[in-house]
Each structure stands twice: as structure tokens, then as C-alpha cells.
Write a protein that binds this ligand. Sequence first.
Ligand SMILES: Cc1cc2nc3c(=O)[nH]c(=O)nc-3n(C[C@H](O)[C@H](O)[C@H](O)COP(=O)(O)O)c2cc1C
Length: 197
Amino acid sequence: MSEDLYQEALQEFGRRLRRGQEEGLIRQPTAMTLATADDRGRPSARTVLLKDFGRDGFLFYTNRESRKGEQLAANSWAALCFYWDPYWEQAVVEGPVQEVSPVEADLYWVTRSRISQLGAWASRQSRPLASRSQLISEVAACEAKYQGSTVPRPEYWSGFRVIPHRIEFWTGRSFRLNDRLLYEKTSQGWTAKRLYP
Ligand SMILES: Cc1cc2nc3c(=O)[nH]c(=O)nc-3n(C[C@H](O)[C@H](O)[C@H](O)COP(=O)(O)O)c2cc1C
């Protein structure tokens, strides 16, 4: 029964995301704010793209050596927040984060465009960059290096899954009487409850 509630939450998320993708009112319906915290509990946030979701979690790809990557190594819990403005809806997912296997990262890497692959090699994500022209010349150097061959996945470029312990849906309603529905994993299994807005 409680696992059914988890399934129900995932189905609800999928319904909302698909609507955003099909109706074309949102430029990037998979864009989500990813919040992480360092080992002292100091939070930081940025936008990343959701690549997949399901029972095993909500997947994004990034550079493990970035600021977020370092924070996740120190504190594996994260939160994701989607805001779908045309529908006046929000979805929040929280839980521990697990890195994907190298095989899974490789399988996704080969689906990416060559220019994204070269960009991943050229960008030392989150570290200081002297000038824009330096980045452009580093991309060109990577292009020359891999000319005529496939671009391998940098070891530091990987996928991460937020494994939900909380999924909350917020829906805007008139008179500020907004709906909040919280699915939560407890020691007894998944529960569902409404929250005051
Ligand atoms: C719409 C949008 C989508 C983005 N998608 C990703 C992504 O999927 N992965 C990623 O590493 N950075 C993505 N970024 C860049 C991040 O927001 C961020 O600048 C970068 O990952 C460095 O973050 P950090 O220094 O906090 O680690 C995206 C930015 C925007 C605005």
C-alpha cells in the first residue's frame, strides 16, 4: 500500500511534466533548481536539467569537480525544485543522491552532441576562467585533439540521482488557498498528507 503512494507521486509528477512538454508553454519544463549544502550545512542552488526520473530517482548530469559536485561529496542530501509558471505549479523532491555507474554515464554520454561533449572537456566547471576567449580556444584545442575520432567521456562528468524521501506538489488556487500535497517516506513506508498553504 505505501509503495503504491510512491508510485502515485511519481505518476503525478510525470503527468505534470508531460503536460509541460506537450503543450509547449514552458521553454524548459525539465529545468529544476538543485540545492546542495556544504559540510557546514551552508546551502547553494543552481539550475540543472532533469534527464530521467522513476522509482530509482531523479537524474541529472554534471561535473563531479564542480562546486555542487564537491558539496555532494561532503553532504549527499539534495533538493530539487521545479516551478512551472504557466500552470502555477511547483514540485519539490528531496533525498540522498547517488552517482550512476560508469556504464550508465557512458550510455548517456554517447547520446550527447559532439559540441556538448567537447564543452564538457573544455570546461573546468565552477573554477575561475581568465577570459571568454580562453574558453573558446580550449574548445578549439579539444576539437583538434579529437578530430576524426569519438570524444570519450571525461571521468569527472557523471550522472546523479536524487532518491526521493519527500515529494511535494504545490498548486496555486484562488484566494491564496493553494493546494499542497506531501508524499513522504517514513519508517512505516510512504505516507500522503495535505499541508496548510
Ligand atoms: C536552464 C539551465 C540548465 C542547466 N543545466 C545544467 C545541467 O544539466 N548540468 C550542469 O552541470 N549545469 C547546468 N546548468 C548550469 C548550472 O546552473 C551551473 O551554472 C553549473 O552547473 C555550475 O554550478 P556550481 O558551480 O554550483 O556547481 C544549467 C543552467 C541553466 C540556466
